[in-house]
Ligand binder design. Sequence first.
Ligand SMILES: [Zn+2]
Length: 76
Amino acid sequence: MYQFSHTWPYERVMGDLYLTECPFCGSRAVPLHLKKEAFERAKEGIKTEAVLPCCHEKLTILRIDDDYLWTDRALR
Ligand SMILES: [Zn+2]
């Protein structure tokens, strides 16, 4: 079910989440607006959604591990 093509790396800086680069438009250092509760739930494998501020693409996040977001579509 989970494939590397469906993952995207993220950074956590002082409690804020960032994508080093947007998978859709290529913007750099994109803040990922995810509530703390949603982040914690995603780490347990509960699906959540986030809209990227750069290009307003919606990411459906199936789960989050320490380094990657796992989404429902191929990003690479
Ligand atoms: Zn973007």
